[in-house]
Write a new protein. Structure first.
Length: 233
């Protein structure tokens, strides 16, 4: 009788132990699922916000283009208004192509090489790419406007930009939102930290309320389009 009772108690304990273990495992699995779901939810939320921002940019660009079309359509009967619209569009194209002097707020970046060997062009190229990524609307190096056809290469102890030889220190000017641009350059792991570590350079950044950037030289050394023809429709 005693043996039977002990056996019953043992079986009950075993069953309770299995049930508790199963319940504990179930709770752990639920917690894991909850954690995974939270991570996925945050990821989806981030992606949704990014898509919303992208859609908003596209919407604004679409509205801008639609307004421009309406301007052209409404100015068809008004020659003076049409001329003004075309002149504004031409001026905008000249800004983008670098064919006119421009001014605005921005930053001045000075790069001074402090290593034993001569500076490599990669340091300048990386800085220019970062400035473009940070939405700089006009850039110059030692007075040379950077445009789509600009060349930046190393020649001996010199860096050649638009066919012009330059030596350290280099002064780079960029027109953009000064605070945003400076933060982009000086962030942890950003381009300034990278340049100082990889290329042995000293980098200083100064915000400016007004910067003047000259137009690109149009003497045939930078802008070359003698081989281009307008595509016929």
């Amino acid at each position: 009788m005693i043996v039977s009772r002990n056996l019953s108690i043992t079986l009950i304990c075993i069953i309770l132990g299995v049930m508790l273990a199963w319940q504990y495992k179930s709770i752990l699995n639920n917690n894991k699922r909850d954690t995974t779901n939270i991570v996925r939810l945050e990821s989806v939320k981030d992606e949704l916000l990014a898509q919303k921002e992208n859609n908003e940019d596209l919407r604004k660009r679409n509205e801008e283009l639609q307004n421009r079309v309406l301007e052209y359509e409404s100015s068809q009967g008004d020659r003076s208004q049409l001329e003004k619209s075309l002149e504004a569009e031409l001026e905008r194209a000249r800004w983008i192509a670098g064919l006119t002097d421009v001014e605005g707020a921005g930053v001045v970046v000075k790069i001074e090489y402090i290593g034993k060997d001569s500076i490599r062009e990669n340091a300048i190229l990386r800085l220019i790419n970062e400035l473009k990524a940070a939405e700089a609307q006009a850039i110059s190096i030692e007075g040379e406007r950077i445009v789509a056809m600009s060349e930046i290469k190393k020649a001996g102890d010199f860096i050649v930009v638009n066919g012009k030889q330059m030596v350290s220190p280099f002064t780079v000017k960029a027109i953009a939102d000064p605070k945003k641009l400076e933060n982009s350059l000086t962030m942890i792991g950003g381009i300034v930290e990278e340049l100082q570590m990889l290329f042995e350079v000293k980098v200083t950044i100064e915000r400016k309320d007004n910067i003047t950037i000259p137009k690109v030289r149009d003497d045939g050394s930078v802008l070359k389009y003698d081989l281009l023809n307008t595509k016929k429709l």
